[in-house]
Design a protein around this ligand. Structure first.
Ligand code: SF4
Length: 369
């Protein structure tokens, strides 16, 4: 698995953000023109690690090849001797975890909420401003909109300085209101997609999945607000046994009532966090029961709304729907199995979550010839 946290040594007391640069084959003058106060440049590599120097340093990186972290933006915690790779320059899958607090306790949550919260927005802002040209950065939690004022400020400031960046924010959609009109109007709405989960047309089923009474009603109210504010919404439905039977009804509801959504994503589960605890009762084997999924996709797409399959291995999807199943599993948690050797579609398949169980997952899968 790709490490998101690495070992460092830095002579500092407080956390700080730094960008690693190697500049192999680049002249000193050219180098100088490309440096910001947050950059450190590779000075030497030895058995005791890679040494970087510069305004943001000095700093020593241990246990990883400098070639693999060139251009990465790190949040360094010198007291712990660790650094989080906030931006991996070679990856499209960079996400800022802005909080671990949440007001829902979803049955399949891959990142169970915690009470503790540390405001890292200032560091995230610095990191975003150092991101590679044209990057899309994910924002997730917990529930990021529990810190809505900071989030809106962050988006407004970064997008105004970096018009090439865009954001994808995962939110439970419970905390928007008409009062957000002014803050939202300051954000370039064309460059922020809000990924919002809706699990069922049936309020009882949705509320049970998120363990919050009234969540469904609140969500529909807030989706209407998001529509009026001109927000780009990606609806997300994790497919599970409790909501699989109602998927077609949900598709009809989306097609008839929520035509403003940009995308509907039907998603497969992760076997981690609460998802692992509840796997037996929740996992829906779509390799056996794809019919309801296919009909639901067809219904929504027939009304001109994009519908996609996220986190589905291609061999579990019938051939006519494979073009709707992009490789969405993040690179750092993606894995392939022995069955994948020699598969003709491996280069465009997202494979499995690293923690997908060997014996309690899809019953039908295997290399496509
Ligand atoms: S065999 Fe592996 S690579 Fe091929 S479609 Fe299935 S999961 Fe993807």
């Amino acid at each position: 698995m790709i490490p998101l946290r690495i070992k460092v040594e830095a002579n500092a007391d407080q956390m700080f953000v730094v960008r690693l640069r190697s500049f192999e084959g680049v002249t000193r003058e050219h180098k100088a023109g490309q440096l910001t106060p947050f950059d450190v440049v590779l000075d030497r590599v030895g058995p005791e690690g890679a040494h970087y120097v510069g305004e943001g340093g000095p700093i020593r990186i241990l246990g990883i090849d400098p070639a693999n972290v060139d251009g990465d933006v790190l949040l360094v915690n010198p007291r712990r001797g660790t650094a989080d790779r906030l931006i991996r320059s070679s990856s499209r899958h960079n996400t800022f975890l802005v909080t671990e607090r949440c007001d829902q306790i979803c049955l399949m949550c891959s990142q169970p909420p915690k009470r503790h919260h540390v405001d890292l927005f200032p560091y995230f802002e610095t990191a975003a401003l150092l991101a590679p040209e044209g990057a899309t950065i994910g924002i997730s939690g917990g529930e990021p909109t529990l810190f809505k004022a900071q989030l809106f400020d962050f988006l407004e400031r970064v997008l105004s300085v970096r018009p090439d960046l865009s954001f994808h924010v995962l939110t439970n959609g419970q905390h928007f209101g008409e009062g957000d009109r002014e803050a939202m109007s300051c954000i370039d709405r064309g460059r922020v997609v809000w990924g919002i989960p809706l699990y069922s047309r049936d309020p009882v089923v949705h509320d049970e999945i998120v363990a919050k009474a009234g969540a469904h009603e609140q969500l529909l109210e807030n989706l209407a607000i998001m529509c009026r504010l001109g927000a780009q919404v990606e609806l997300r439905t994790v497919l599970m046994r409790p909501n699989a039977d109602g998927l077609l009804k949900l598709a009809s509801f989306i097609a008839a009532t929520l035509p403003f959504v940009r995308t509907w994503a039907i998603m497969q589960m992760e076997n981690i966090g609460f998802g692992r605890m509840n796997w037996k009762t929740l996992f829906y084997d779509s390799s056996e029961g794809f019919d309801i999924v296919g009909r639901s996709i067809d219904r929504v797409r027939s009304r001109g709304i994009d519908a996609w399959l996220y986190n589905f291995p291609l061999c579990t999807v019938p051939e006519p729907y494979r073009s709707l199943a992009p490789a969405t599993i993040s690179d750092w948690k993606r894995a392939y199995r022995d069955e994948c050797n020699g598969c003709s579609v491996k280069d465009r398949c997202g494979g499995f979550f690293e923690w997908h169980p060997a014996n309690r997952g899809y019953s039908k899968l295997g290399a496509i010839q």
